[in-house]
Design a protein around this ligand. Structure first.
Ligand SMILES: [Zn+2]
Length: 101
């Protein structure tokens, strides 16, 4: 039996929220030579991530997953999914404030 930690990135199709969940994946051969995978979160068995995920932001069930490590290679995906950060940046003027005389 083999154990592997996996961080699976998710994206919500409803609100474009992006997040990651950590899993422990146990792989074992059944007695017929097929590999079986068991997914665990905090020691509790869960279905494989793509089939049950619910968006923590809007509660939507239309979720896609990315390959593991996707967010590390594409940090803009996480940034783009944070509208508050974008709105704040848009409010900052590129012109430095003029001193009041
Ligand atoms: Zn959502």
């Amino acid at each position: 039996m083999e154990e592997q930690r996996k961080s699976v990135p998710f994206e919500c199709r409803g609100c474009w929220h992006v997040w990651e969940e950590d899993y422990l994946v146990r792989s074992a051969d059944d007695r017929h030579g097929n590999e079986r995978q068991v997914w665990l979160v905090a020691g509790v068995r869960v279905p494989p991530p793509s089939t049950y995920a619910v968006c923590p932001q809007c509660g939507g069930g239309q979720i896609t997953t990315f390959p593991e490590g996707y967010l590390a290679r594409h940090p803009e995906a996480r940034l783009a999914a944070t509208p508050a950060a974008i709105a704040e940046a848009a409010l900052l003027s590129p012109v430095p404030p003029r001193p009041i005389v």
